[in-house]
Ligand binder design. Structure first.
Ligand code: 5GP
Length: 197
């Protein structure tokens, strides 16, 4: 018998290093699928369409909302971001664990719709480190950096919504912690009941 996969929601301020930690995770865990979000923001250098994000127009995004194609969506720093529902359910039903990298409003929506989802919050260790990382990225204007910092503080106020917190001061340690959390969740008694038939 195949268990359904588990849904992991990973949040944390932009600049916390979520994408890097998730990339490490995906290399280490089999049967894990990263949900590719749709967004109206411009691709950053090195980002690939349909791999990192589905980069779409506002019209296309609004049609996805109207057709109820999104598990959740939110507006973040002037752009839309949303999770296409169909691939998430297909993968969960096929026994894959699914990782969503989404901000806190979307995460709250997912937790309401899917109370079994497991929330993990990633934080770089301090707001000073976060600011340095956002500036080092060098792609956003000063105004955008300040907006993202302000947003980050508000996101961190929502930390109690998550079951786990990872401090990402070293990417390897952060990835180890994420693997530990995901592995432990797979060892829960309910996940292993089918061995006892
Ligand atoms: P970035 O522009 O830095 O890639 O992402 C900005 C924020 O949007 C991050 O906090 C990221 O987790 C979040 N995000 C990415 N995809 C989605 C999504 O599908 N839904 C929601 N609600 N947030 C998302």
């Amino acid at each position: 018998m195949i268990n359904k996969g588990k849904l992991f929601v990973i949040s944390g301020p932009s600049g916390a290093g979520k994408s890097t930690v998730i990339a490490r995770l995906l290399k280490r865990l089999d049967n894990t699928y990263f949900s590719i979000s749709a967004t109206t923001r411009e691709p950053r250098r090195g980002e690939r369409n349909d791999i990192d994000y589905h980069f779409v127009s506002r019209e296309k995004f609004e049609s996805m909302i109207a057709n109820d194609e999104l598990l959740e969506w939110a507006e973040y720093v002037g752009n839309y971001y949303g999770t296409p529902a169909a691939p998430v359910d297909e993968k969960l039903n096929a026994g894959y664990d699914v990782i969503l990298d989404i901000e806190t409003k979307g995460a709250a929506e997912v937790m309401k719709k899917r109370p079994e989802a497991i929330g993990i919050f990633l934080f770089p260790g301090s707001f000073e480190i976060l600011e340095q990382r956002l500036r080092a990225r060098g792609t956003d204007s000063e105004e955008k950096v300040l907006k993202r910092l302000d947003q980050a503080r508000r996101e961190c106020e929502k930390v109690d919504m998550y079951q786990y917190v990872i401090i990402n001061d070293r990417v390897e340690t952060a990835a180890d912690e994420a693997v530990a959390i995901m592995t432990a969740e797979k060892c829960r008694t309910a996940e292993r009941k089918h061995y006892f038939v």
